[in-house]
Design a protein around this ligand. Structure first.
Ligand code: ATP
Length: 231
């Protein structure tokens, strides 16, 4: 994958309140997520982790402060251009009806067969894809009911990798994986997408042990920042 990647993300005094809500969900958040590094977000349920990362693809706009990507305010970029830089993997993974191949190709139609195979390999999805009689041509049923939660997550991760983005956002995307698969996946991500900016929301501490930066949220405030050792 390309070596000229950037994708540095800067939060500058970001506060956020959902439309029509009475209170801010995020208060005065500032940090930088560097390219080539993993930034992980932890905190109890409802602390605002998903809300925070959802501001980056502009699912919502900040209420105060600004978010910059490579020095440019994301409000000054078209949503299309912004989202093209981002591989976003939601908690449950999302599959569309169609084949596994078309699902993996969704973010980048021109991906080659080699790109698709490589993405599946990095996402630890090759084995179960190859075990299906139709392999990459296996049809995913409506809503993806013929694949398990963990397989769905891995296919969603493979789709993000096939897109070859500058920024990866994994919102608790490893939760349905067993520990061994989770560990293998993180190892291959570390090796294969090492130039990108990686943001991970995680519940399991093991998932984020090796992150270059861990940000701890509590009730929408940043209460800690550092490596696992420092914290
Ligand atoms: P979890 O670990 O359970 O996923 P989280 O740390 O990711 O939690 P968020 O999902 O960001 O937390 O939620 C933070 C707060 O924002 C919660 O109080 C939640 O009820 C509220 N919230 C989330 N989404 C919306 C929305 N679309 N509209 C209004 N409030 C919302």
């Amino acid at each position: 994958f390309k070596k000229d990647k950037k994708g540095v993300i800067e939060f500058k005094n970001v506060s956020f309140r959902y439309p029509d809500a009475e209170e801010d969900i995020l208060t005065d958040i500032s940090f930088t997520a560097n390219a080539g590094e993993t930034t992980a977000f932890i905190g109890s349920t409802g602390s605002g982790k998903s809300t925070l990362i959802n501001l980056i693809p502009r699912f919502f706009d900040v209420t105060k402060g600004e978010i910059l990507v490579d020095g440019v305010n994301i409000k000054d970029v078209t949503q299309h251009d912004l989202r093209e830089k981002i591989g976003y993997v939601p908690q449950k993974g999302i599959l569309f009806s169609g084949t596994i191949d078309s699902n993996l190709r969704y973010g980048k139609k021109e991906a080659t067969e080699g790109d698709i195979n490589k993405a599946a390999r990095i996402a630890q999805a090759t084995e179960f894809i190859e075990s299906k009689p139709e392999k990459y041509e296996t049809e995913i049923s409506q809503g993806g009911t013929n694949v398990s939660g963990g397989q769905k997550q891995r296919l969603s991760i493979a789709r993000a990798i096939a897109k070859d983005p500058e920024i990866y956002i994994f919102d608790d995307s490893f939760s349905a994986l067993d520990f061994k698969t989770d560990a293998k996946l993180r190892k291959s991500l570390k090796e294969e997408i090492s130039e990108s900016t990686v943001l991970i929301v995680a519940q399991r501490i093991s998932t984020i042990l090796n992150a270059e930066q861990i940000i701890v949220l509590d009730e929408g405030k940043m209460v800690g920042k550092g490596t696992h050792k420092e914290l």
